[in-house]
Write a protein that binds this ligand. Structure first.
Ligand SMILES: *Cc1c(COP(=O)(O)O)cnc(C)c1O
Length: 390
């Protein structure tokens, strides 16, 4: 017999969220342009999107999506191994492999799906995973689903990672090192040389999530892990700087063949639709031409960090277009976020459990479409809030 109402657990979970002021709800927005959205008629300057190059509104991507829809239809109609692999899927994979300097690339329907299922396919209960404490939830899901032994090392602490590798004397089937190149909530980078060196010396598989670097950093904007020998798998996404949707992994031909055969998240899902493939292809073609946009984005990021720090704010170890304003308490974070909102600026508060307790923050994400004047108004609004609250 069920003791309570069968949905009691839902009531308690939601009540708990209300009491801890962590109940979240969806806020519908209307996109206006790359950096502006409207909410209930109010126009907001958006510092909370991952459209780092403004490609989601680029006419070339829109035209390509339209053209592929007209030519191939709105859906791919089947999974990749059944009848959902069109030439456009395979061509795109070949171009991605080439652009990243790898033997092979494989498309996935999202970054979340890629991480959560590729890791599960690579690991078994006899494996050991060593991952950075700050990795994205999708990576944790894959690790947990596999049932592998797993240890988290302190954020970007390669000494602790090496100690864990040394301690791993037990006969594991394999050891995976899992981390991100640019961290999604902190905007700092991992030490790729150090990671590659450790993976080689301890014969571990190195798996990198390049989601926030693809489009923005590295050779022709193809990410920090592209063209790097010693990295075994790299996951990139198309929903951020590529302005589209979906994800890809680059790896050896053999590993790619393994995933095609053994990764349920690749096998049992409908292939990406033609419109999305068209948009990604157009973005990929543009990538090498966007060097000045990337440079401008870096300049703007440096400037914003410098100005926030001059005001006494902690931006952590950020060195990318993702700039956290670390405020510590959820109260302060919500107060600033709400203040900015009133000033017509969208800058979302990121709170536990998404980040560690005591590290609540405003996560600012810049786009190359933000002008210096946009940054001026952001800094001015923060300044006024700062004055009121001190
Ligand atoms: C956004 C993100 C993902 C998920 O990618 P989607 O394509 O949005 O599902 C995975 N890893 C990291 C680090 C991300 O920031």
């Amino acid at each position: 017999m069920v003791q309570n109402d069968k949905f009691t657990f839902i009531e308690s979970a939601l009540t708990e969220r209300v009491q801890s002021q962590r109940l979240r709800s969806l806020q519908p927005l209307q996109p206006i342009d790359v950096v502006h959205v409207a909410r209930s008629g109010q126009v907001l300057l958006n510092f909370s999107s991952n459209d780092y190059l403004g490609l989601s509104k680029h006419p070339t991507l829109i035209a390509a999506a339209q053209q592929y829809t007209e030519q191939y239809g709105t859906g791919a109609t089947a999974s990749r191994l059944v009848s959902g692999t069109y030439e456009i899927h395979q061509n795109l994979e070949e171009k991605l492999a080439l652009a990243c300097g790898r033997e092979a690339a494989l498309l996935f329907n999202s970054g979340f799906q890629a991480n959560s299922t590729i890791l599960a396919a690579l690991l078994d209960r006899q494996s050991l995973v060593l991952c950075d404490r700050y990795v994205h939830n999708s990576l944790l899901q894959g690790i947990l689903a596999s049932g592998a032994r797993f240890k988290r090392y302190a954020h970007n602490d390669l000494h602790q990672l090496e100690a864990a590798l040394q301690q791993a004397q037990q006969n594991y089937s394999r050891i995976l090192i899992v981390t991100e190149t640019v961290f999604s909530m902190d905007g700092d980078c991992s030490d790729l040389d150090g990671l590659i060196d450790l993976a080689e010396r301890y014969d571990a598989i190195l798996y990198l999530d390049d989601a926030h670097a693809v489009g923005v950093l590295g050779q022709a904007g193809m990410g920090l892990a592209a063209h790097r020998a010693g990295v075994d798998l790299v996951v990139g996404t198309f929903g951020k700087a590529f302005g589209a949707f979906g994800a890809f992994v680059t790896c050896s031909r053999k590993l790619c063949d393994y995933l095609i055969n053994c990764c349920p998240g690749f096998i049992y899902t409908t292939a990406l639709p033609p419109a999305v493939i068209g948009a990604i292809e157009a973005a990929l073609l543009l990538m090498p031409t966007l060097e000045s946009e990337r440079q401008f984005l870096r300049q703007q990021s440096n400037r914003l960090r410098t100005e926030l720090q001059a005001l006494g704010y902690d931006t952590g170890a950020s060195s990318s277009q993702i700039i956290p304003v670390l405020l510590g308490t959820e109260e302060k974070t919500l107060s600033l976020s709400r203040w900015l909102d009133k000033q017509g600026i969208l800058a979302t508060a990121i709170r536990p459990p998404t980040v560690a307790a005591g590290t609540a923050r405003i996560r600012l994400a810049l786009s190359s479409c933000h002008t210096p004047e946009h940054l001026d108004s952001l800094v001015a609004a923060i300044c006024i809030w700062d004055n009121i609250n001190h």
